[in-house]
Structures are given as C-alpha cells and as structure tokens.
Write a protein that binds this ligand. Structure first.
Ligand SMILES: NC(=O)C1=CN([C@@H]2O[C@H](COP(=O)(O)OP(=O)(O)OC[C@H]3O[C@@H](n4cnc5c(N)ncnc54)[C@H](O)[C@@H]3O)[C@@H](O)[C@H]2O)C=CC1
Ligand SMILES: O=C(O)C(=O)COP(=O)(O)O
Length: 629
C-alpha cells in the first residue's frame, strides 16, 4: 500500500499530551546475518511520493545484554559460579595479550584456561557469557549445546573463524566476532619471511650448520627479483604481501573472485583467473579463507596445471591444500619447494611427510605471532566482546549482517522503529502463531543501491519472531528462527521524492493471510498493515490499516476504533486517568468527519483489565486492542 492509500487525518487532529520525546543516543554498531539460513528475500522497485523523516540515534539491545557497574579483579583460577556477582564471565581459552586481558578484567570476571580438552571446554562453558579463542580451540556444536544458552558471544582473537561452527552459533543465537585487522601486517610479513627463507634455503642451511656441516653448494637458492608471484586471495593479507613483493622486484599477479579491480590497480597488480594465476607463477602465495569452496582447492588436478618447479607459500589455512597431493607434487618435482605455516591438522603428526620433507620449510602457525599483532588483536577482540556483552551491535560480527559503522549510525533510529513495528504487527495477529508471510515496504529517496536494509529486515524479523518463539531470539538467529517457522519475508523498496539526507522515509510492515485482533489494522489489500517513521529521533506509528495516526512508539499503545464524535478523547482519557495510567501521546486518524476514526493512545503503564474493560464498554468504541512495545 502506498502512503497515499493511507487515509491521513483530515485536520491535524493529533493531540500531544506530554512527554517531550528526546533522542537517546547510545553506542551503535554492527551488522547482520550473512550466514546461512536467510529467509527468501525478494526486492521490487517502484516509485511514489512521500514526506521525509527525522534523523536520530537508537538505543539498541539487539543481543542478550549483561549489565555491569563495577570493575573487577581478574582470576586465573576456575571461577566459582556460586560466588559470582552479576558481572559477565569470560573464558579465555588461548594465550591473549595482556592489554586485552586488562580491558576484559575492567568489565567482567576473566578466567584464562589454556589447553582445555574438548570435554573440559564443554563441561565448563555453561558458566560463561563469553569465550575468547584463537585458532587452537575448536568451538563445535557440542560447545554451544553444552553452553545451555548462557554463552552470548564467541570472540576470535584473529581473522580465521574456520574453527568456530558458525551455523551452530547462529542457531543458538550466539554472536561470533573476530579481530580482522590487527594481525594483517604480521601475517603478511611472515609470508614474505617464508618466501625469502624458502628461496634461499635458510632453514635447511641453518639445520645443516647446526649439525656441524658447511654445505655451500647444496643450498644454492633462487632469486626473487623478476619472478612472478601469484597472490591467491587478494584481501587484507594478500594485498600487503603483494605490496611487499613488488618492493622485492617481483612481478605480482593475483586471483580473487571477489576483490575489487581498483584495489588491485592501486597496488599495481593484475587480477587474473585461477588457472592463469597458477599456471604462470613461479611463486604462489595463499591468502584465502578456508571455506567449503576453498577446501583442498590445491589438489592433484591444480598442481598438475602449475609450472614445473613452482614454489608455494601458505600462511592462510592448511585445509586449502590437499596435503597428500602436495607431497606427491614435491616428490615428482612439480613443486620445487613449499613454505608452510598452517596445516590441516594442528599440530601435524610428528611423522608428517610434509613436515619432514626436505624441500619444505615449516613454522608452527606463527603468522599472527608478533608482539605487536598479539597486543593489537587482544585489544580489538576484548573491545568487540565487551561491546557485545553490553548489548551493542558489533562492527566485527561474523554471523550477523555486517554494516559499515557510518551506515549503522545513520540507520540507528530506523532500527528501533523497525523492531517496534515488527513487535506491533505480530501482536495484531489473531491467534499469533500462524504468520507465514511478511512484506516490508521501505519508502526512501535513496537509490536502492545506496540503502542497505539487511539490518532493518533482521530487526523486523526479530520483532515478529520473538513473541511467537519459545527460544531466545536476537539479531543473530532471527533469520534462522524465521526460516524454521516457515516465515517468508519479502522486501519492497519504493523510491519517493523526499530528502535523500534521510535513509528511510517510512517503513511499512504487512502480514498477509491472517486475521487480526483489531480489524481496522487490515488494509484494503487484506493484509495487516502498519507503517511508521522516525520523527526527531523518535519512532512514530503513522498508519494503521487504512487510517493515518501519529503516535510515538514508546511505552505501550492502545488502539481504538470508534465513531468520530466529540468527547471521545476525553472519555477514554478520563478512564485511563481514573486508573492512574499516564497518557504519553494521543492521536486520532479518521476517514472523514463524524465517520469512523482510530484513536492511538500511548500509555506509560499497562492498564488493568478493569480499565480496558471500561474502554471497551464505551458505546461509540467498536473495537480496541492493547499492545505492548
Ligand atoms: N597464519 C596466520 O597466523 C594467519 C592466517 N591468516 C589467514 O589468512 C587468510 C587471509 O586473511 P585476511 O587477508 O585477513 O582475510 P580477508 O578476508 O581480508 O581476505 C581473504 C580474501 O580471500 C578472498 N577469497 C575468498 N574466496 C576465494 C577464492 N576461492 N579464491 C581466491 N580468493 C578468495 C576474499 O575475497 C578475500 O579478498 C585467512 O585464511 C586467515 O585466516 C590471517 C592472519 C594470520
Ligand atoms: O588470525 C588468523 O586467522 C590466524 O590464523 C592467527 O591464528 P592465531 O590467533 O595465531 O592462532
């Protein structure tokens, strides 16, 4: 339904009884659900006209929130849950830099328990609100199950999250955050160190000398200058490796299906196909994540396409290489040398043919292990975890939609509006559980490419799903829970002629194929339909069914449909006053004078049954509903 279809109050009938609704500003942040389990989304574009909204900020407790008021003393011993106050509990299962630990200890109880067995981790995890890991801890489905809903956030102090079962985390509503930037340079430097060490046989020559030998002719190396290096995965680490390799006089090419061409151009690197990269390179350096697509992407087949005598560096993940195939390629001379920091299984077995191979240089996953990187990563992850525990959305979430901070700050007030509209819409459904199809219509002056609605959609989904779910719902698992319930959410964006300064003009939520507790909420198309906008930082309900209203979405709401006649506002206001219910806002929308009207009344307190009964028995009131925001 376009806003023009919404019948606005003929005269500006809205009565504002109190509550100067000022903006509440909080730290914002985050992103949403990029992982699996996203309900089908369809986007349609159309055009219409509408008015504009005001911009402000939100307070968003999108995740489970843990409150804390004092700082705490750290503990390296097991936490005794019986002696804990309400401060959050944080388990650090791998070595974390002191600066990060200090940040954590300023907020919660911290237990550092390194080298836990999987069983030990499972047995203690239900005492913790947060878990911080590096690459050595496998955060499996069993861990989330054992957490019994207590675990709110897993912080990965580094980049790769292949050791965390993201699907399980999402299903359990547990946010996963990482520290994606602080170890980039360390990993790139390690890649270059391995490249140079391998080319000049540094580790082999070192071992030989320590064994009392002096083998100058055995360890003649190869030069790097003028050689072609293929960087596989041109992300943060890959591009830093490329920059450095160019400094060594290498000819650098890269393969990355998702990297923007201008990023490669800025470094002076050509992006080429996978086959071209591996077939023309003298050195191949791996910098892609381990995913189902990249798993064993270097195998007998792909080694077969490489130039004979190629040299391979891997500081990404062991799993991207089929290690048995690499041994074969080393043995048959296709691969002259390999330098590996990462392995499919870590640590690899002592008799690993790869580790023992004389043409292989190995390090025990040291890419991120510089003092600088470890301090940086520790602080980065500590702050991300604390933010999540405080209920803020996170800018480094992995299993929730990622929205750039500047976009997020702009969308913040609309996120509050979106959640309230979702909550309201579902309360209007008679019966509750039968919601199968929801449509969200955004009116905006922005070009559709310039409006990222993932956060809004997930927030509306949360608002709708939460009241009809018996499990804990947050922005992390809202999409998953919706899909489980067979709820289909579609979106439509309507371009309107208003100020593009504001990302969204109005948001409308429609629920189809359901009956409503408040028949007037059904619009002409047969759907429950409510619409809202942000005014001066405050979310407002602006349309119910076909009736225009204007009431701030704070506190609770009573909607009444009545005959439009004098005295109605006073009658209902008196009933509420008699029962000590404070009215914060009141607005009337009508089809035309003296016909049907809707009264939307914001109330601070929940009226008693008796008060509601009295409202219902006012003769001119046809129907009413009390809604909790
Ligand atoms: N050895 C160590 O201690 C460290 C290892 N790493 C690993 O290095 C890798 C890269 O890390 P970042 O650069 O920070 O991540 P990133 O996310 O910035 O870059 C990864 C790049 O790989 C690309 N990619 C994805 N699939 C690909 C495919 N099939 N083929 C080619 N490229 C593909 C992505 O588009 C992205 O540009 C990750 O696996 C990470 O876990 C990172 C830091 C330290
Ligand atoms: O950040 C990454 O992806 C790494 O591989 C670093 O791993 P680590 O934290 O040193 O166990």
């Amino acid at each position: 339904m376009a806003s023009s279809a919404c019948i606005k109050p003929v005269s500006n009938h809205a009565l504002t009884y109190s509550s100067s609704k000022s903006t509440s500003k909080s730290s914002l942040v985050s992103f949403l659900s990029t992982t699996a389990s996203i309900p089908t989304i369809s986007l349609k574009l159309s055009h219409s006209h509408s008015c504009h909204s005001q911009r402000s900020f939100l307070v968003n407790n999108a995740l489970k929130t843990v409150h804390t008021s004092q700082s705490s003393v750290s503990s390296s011993k097991d936490l005794d849950s019986s002696s804990l106050d309400s401060k959050p509990t944080i388990l650090v299962s791998e070595k974390l830099g002191d600066a990060g630990l200090q940040v954590l200890r300023g907020f919660g109880h911290v237990e550092c328990s390194y080298d836990l067995s999987p069983e030990d981790l499972c047995s203690k995890i239900s005492s913790f609100d947060a878990l911080i890991v590096r690459s050595g801890t496998k955060v499996t489905r069993q861990v989330f199950e054992a957490a019994k809903g207590k675990l709110k956030v897993v912080g990965r102090a580094g980049v790769g999250i292949d050791n965390v079962d993201l699907q399980a985390a999402t299903e359990f509503g547990c946010l996963v955050v990482n520290a994606p930037t602080a170890n980039t340079i360390a990993a790139a430097e390690h890649g270059i160190a391995l490249l140079a060490a391998m080319a000049r046989n540094v580790s082999q020559a070192d071992a030989s000398m320590k064994a009392g030998k002096w083998q100058r002719s055995k360890y003649v190396g190869v030069s790097m200058v003028g050689k072609t290096l293929a960087v596989m995965g041109f992300g943060k680490v890959g591009s830093e490796v490329a920059r450095r390799a160019k400094g060594l006089g290498m000819n650098v090419i890269a393969h990355d299906p998702y990297a923007p061409a201008d990023r490669a151009r800025a470094v002076g690197v050509d992006l080429v196909s996978f086959d071209e990269a591996i077939s023309t390179a003298d050195f191949i350096s791996l910098h892609m994540p381990l995913t189902p697509t990249t798993n064993k992407i270097f195998n007998d087949d792909t080694f077969g396409k490489m130039k004979k005598g190629v040299r391979i560096i891997n500081v990404a993940r062991g799993g991207v290489i089929d290690e048995d195939a690499l041994v074969r390629a080393l043995d048959n001379g296709v691969v002259a040398q390999a330098a590996l920091d990462v392995f499919t299984e870590e640590p690899p077995s002592e008799d690993s043919k790869l580790v023992q191979h004389e043409n292989v240089t190995v390090t025990p996953h040291l890419g991120a292990s510089t003092k600088e990187a470890q301090e940086g990563v520790a602080v980065e992850i500590a702050e991300a975890v604390l933010g999540a525990l405080k209920g803020e959305l996170s800018a480094t979430a992995v299993n929730a939609p990622m929205v750039a901070p500047e976009v997020l700050s702009e969308l913040a007030p609309y996120v509050v509006l979106a959640e309230k509209l979702g909550k309201l819409a579902v309360q209007l459904v008679a019966g509750g559980g039968g919601v199968k199809s929801v449509k969200v219509v955004y009116r905006s002056a922005r070009d559709p490419d310039d409006l990222d609605t993932r956060l809004l959609r997930a927030t509306i989904t949360k608002g709708i799903i939460e009241p009809i779910s018996n499990t804990y719902i947050n922005l992390v698992n809202a999409d998953f829970a919706a899909k489980q319930k067979g709820l289909r959410i579609s979106e439509e964006r309507i371009v309107v002629d208003s100020s593009p300064e504001f990302p969204v003009d109005t948001i409308q939520v429609q629920i189809s194929n359901v009956d409503s507790k408040f028949a007037s909420a059904i619009s002409e198309n047969g759907n429950i339909s409510i619409e809202g906008k942000v005014k001066y930082g405050v979310p407002h309900l602006t349309c119910v069914g076909s009736f225009g209203v204007d009431v701030s979405l704070e506190g609770n709401l009573i909607l009444c449909r009545q005959v439009d006649q004098p005295g109605m506002i006073g009658t209902v206001g008196n009933i509420l006053g008699e029962h000590n219910v404070n009215v914060s806002f009141m607005s009337v929308g009508r089809t035309s004078p003296r016909k049907k009207a809707i009264m939307a009344i914001g109330v601070d307190e929940e009226p008693t049954k008796e008060a509601l009964g009295k409202i219902g028995s006012v003769p001119a009131i046809d129907e009413f509903v009390f809604l909790k925001l």
